[in-house]
Every structure is written in structure tokens, then in C-alpha cells.
Design a protein around this ligand. Structure first.
Ligand SMILES: Nc1ncnc2c1ncn2[C@@H]1O[C@H](COP(=O)(O)OP(=O)(O)O)[C@@H](O)[C@H]1O
Ligand SMILES: O=P(O)(O)OC[C@H]1O[C@](O)(COP(=O)(O)O)[C@@H](O)[C@@H]1O
Ligand SMILES: [Mg+2]
Length: 320
């Protein structure tokens, strides 16, 4: 049994990180274990920006987007010296285990820390990108997808009014999940993702044909990893001569009050992470697969590339 653990959030913030950290803290306290909060991710650990937490420290945060602990992208963590310093700052305070809530990069940093120092580590997938191998779900992806849907609904109104082509670029880094699910549920005509090749000339020809047959408007959802929305929009406009506009949704899709799904799942995953860490388990990531909480080997999670669900890719083609 560990007696003292710490929690941090790292990488891009995501709605539900707060619920996850809250669950880690309250579970640890319920089990009679000390719990430290580290502000500003790995950067904060290197700067020793950490404090022992009480139950009230996580009051009034479950409904908030972002992360009350703060987050960062930290170059120094990519060096063995940086990670060794972080380890020292943990052990100096008697902290015996660490819970890392973050995306693929943060979990990679956690995997290296564990290999190099042997300190027990449990990870939680926290990113809107839904790009962590072994889990169908990452904390925040549901809220982000809902934000995108809201934007798609609004873009439809104006696209239809003007008979325009609208290209919407969404986030996801190298993963097309956000584009795919929001494109399917928003009824987009074309969904461009980095996992699948696409032929823009063919798409343009199809668009021209569709307009000739009376189509009023066309919506294209582009994952940022599949190309620049601006460039794709410009290409479509030049090739088809259709009235085309581009919208880049940007960081709006990272914020906002988390959905019920993100709150409940983040809470469950946070509880499991704390219990596992306290009981001395290490090198695991808790995720969701086929509607259930699953534990994934931390090193597998970072050494494998997640693929997009082929059923979703097929569905997108059928519904087009
Ligand atoms: N290859 C790596 N080795 C060590 N640490 C890493 C590595 N990749 C990312 N990290 C750490 O995790 C942080 C967050 O990673 P990043 O990819 O930016 O976001 P996310 O965790 O949300 O995917 C980085 O700023 C860095 O401190
Ligand atoms: O906030 P930044 O630093 O501009 O980064 C933008 C990137 O962060 C994300 O929103 C989230 O990605 P991570 O979870 O990997 O941090 C990506 O979708 C996007 O490419
Ligand atoms: Mg990432």
C-alpha cells in the first residue's frame, strides 16, 4: 500500500480533466492516503510547484472545462536529466506514486519516467484527440465532439442560405476521430481524415455534379492532420468555381463545461487510477473499451498507433 501519491495534468487541456483529478484526490483521501497536486504538468514538477491536497481543494470544479491544476508542454521532460529531477522532487516529499492525466505525449513521458526510475505510475487518457491506443475513449473527446456538432449545425444554416461549400477544419492532431464522429453526426458530405487517402480532384468533380443536380450546399469536415482547411477550401473554390468558405474552429473545441459522459467516465477512471496506484500497481492506463473500464499496459499504449474504427469509416461512406 502506498501512503502518498501525486496527480498532474499535462499536454492540451480537455473537458473532464477536472473531474478525473477530483476523483483521484477524493478516492485517495477516502482510502486514507496523502495526495499532492502538481500545478502545470511536468513543468510544475520541475519547478516544485506542488501542494498537499484536501477534499475542499477539488470543490466546485466538476462542471468546469480546462484543468484547475494547470497544464503545460514541457521540453525539459523530454530529457533523461529533466525526468530524473522530477523524480527527485517527488521522492524528496515522500511521494511514492504518480497519476498522469494527459494525452499520448504525456503518457510517453510517464512511460519513460517509470522505466528509468521504477516509480509507480498510472495514466489516464486526457485529450480531446481520442488518440490513445487501447481505449475507445479519452477524457474530453465527447465534449469536444459536441462542440463541433454545434458549429456544424450553425454552419449548415448559412451554407444552405447561400448555396455554399463550407470547409470546416477541426482538431485532432494526427488522429481523425473528432472529424469522423462529428462529420457522421453532423451529416457532412465529405470527411477528410489523416488515416485515409483522399482524391481532391475527384471530390471536386462530384461536387460540381451534385450542384448541377440541385444540391443546395456541401459541408466538408477536415481533420487538421489531413491538410489545411484554408488550402483545401481554396483548391475547391478554384477547381469547382463554387462559392466556398472556410472555417477553422480552433481552441473553442478544447473548452467548455464537460458533457455528462466526460464527467462520469473521468470520475470512474480517476477512482480506478487512485485505487490501482495505492495498491502498488504501476505502468497501466485506465481507458474505456466497448462500454467498460479497461486497463492497458502503459508502454503498449504509447508504442502502438490507434486506428480509426473501420465501421465508422464505412458508415461515413454509406451515409454520404
Ligand atoms: N517523447 C517524449 N518523451 C518525454 N516526454 C514527452 C514526450 N512527448 C511528450 N512528452 C511530454 O508530455 C508533454 C505533453 O505532450 P503533448 O504531446 O504536447 O500533449 P498530450 O500529452 O496531450 O498528447 C510534453 O510537453 C512533454 O513534456
Ligand atoms: O494548444 P496548442 O498548443 O495550440 O495545440 C493544439 C493541439 O492540441 C490539441 O488540441 C490537443 O492535443 P494534445 O492532447 O496532444 O495536446 C490538438 O488537437 C491540437 O493539434
Ligand atoms: Mg497528444
Amino acid at each position: 500500500m502506498l501512503k502518498s501519491i501525486a496527480v498532474l495534468t499535462s499536454g492540451g487541456d480537455s473537458p473532464g480533466m477536472n473531474a478525473a483529478a477530483r476523483a483521484v484526490v477524493r478516492t485517495a483521501l477516502y482510502e486514507g492516503v496523502k495526495v499532492w497536486g502538481i500545478r502545470g504538468g511536468y513543468h510544475g514538477l520541475l519547478e516544485e510547484d506542488m501542494f498537499e491536497m484536501k477534499s475542499r481543494d477539488v470543490s466546485d470544479i466538476i462542471q468546469r472545462g480546462g484543468t484547475f491544476l494547470g497544464t503545460a508542454r514541457c521540453k525539459r521532460w523530454k530529457t533523461p536529466e529533466g525526468r530524473m529531477m522530477g523524480y527527485k522532487h517527488l521522492t524528496d516529499r515522500g511521494i511514492e506514486g504518480l497519476c498522469v492525466i494527459g494525452g499520448d505525449g504525456s503518457l510517453r513521458g510517464a512511460s519513460l519516467l517509470s522505466k528509468e526510475t521504477g516509480i509507480p505510475i498510472v495514466g489516464l487518457p486526457g485529450t480531446i484527440d481520442n488518440d490513445v491506443w487501447g481505449s475507445d475513449y479519452t477524457i474530453g473527446c465527447d465534449t469536444a465532439a459536441n462542440t463541433i456538432i454545434d458549429a456544424i449545425n450553425k454552419l449548415r444554416d448559412t451554407a444552405s442560405a447561400h448555396r455554399r461549400v463550407i470547409v470546416l477544419e477541426v482538431m485532432g492532431r494526427n488522429c481523425g476521430w473528432l472529424a469522423l464522429v462529428s462529420g457522421i453526426s453532423g451529416g457532412a458530405e465529405y470527411i477528410l481524415v489523416p488515416e485515409e487517402e483522399y482524391n481532391l480532384d475527384e471530390i471536386c468533380d462530384n461536387m460540381t455534379e451534385a450542384y448541377k443536380k440541385g444540391k443546395r450546399y456541401i459541408l466538408v469536415v477536415v481533420a487538421e492532420g489531413a491538410g489545411s482547411g484554408q488550402e483545401i477550401g481554396q483548391y475547391i473554390a478554384e477547381k469547382t468555381q463554387l462559392d466556398t468558405r472556410v472555417s477553422v474552429l480552433g481552441h473553442i473545441q478544447r473548452g467548455g463545461s464537460p458533457s455528462v459522459i466526460d464527467r462520469v467516465r473521468a470520475s470512474q477512471l480517476g477512482e480506478q487510477a487512485a485505487l490501482a496506484l495505492i495498491s502498488g500497481l504501476s505502468d497501466i492506463v485506465f481507458g474505456y473499451s466497448k462500454g467498460r473500464v479497461v486497463s492497458i499496459d502503459l508502454h503498449d499504449a504509447v508504442n502502438n498507433k490507434k486506428i480509426l474504427d473501420p465501421d465508422y469509416l464505412h458508415l461515413a461512406k454509406v451515409l454520404f
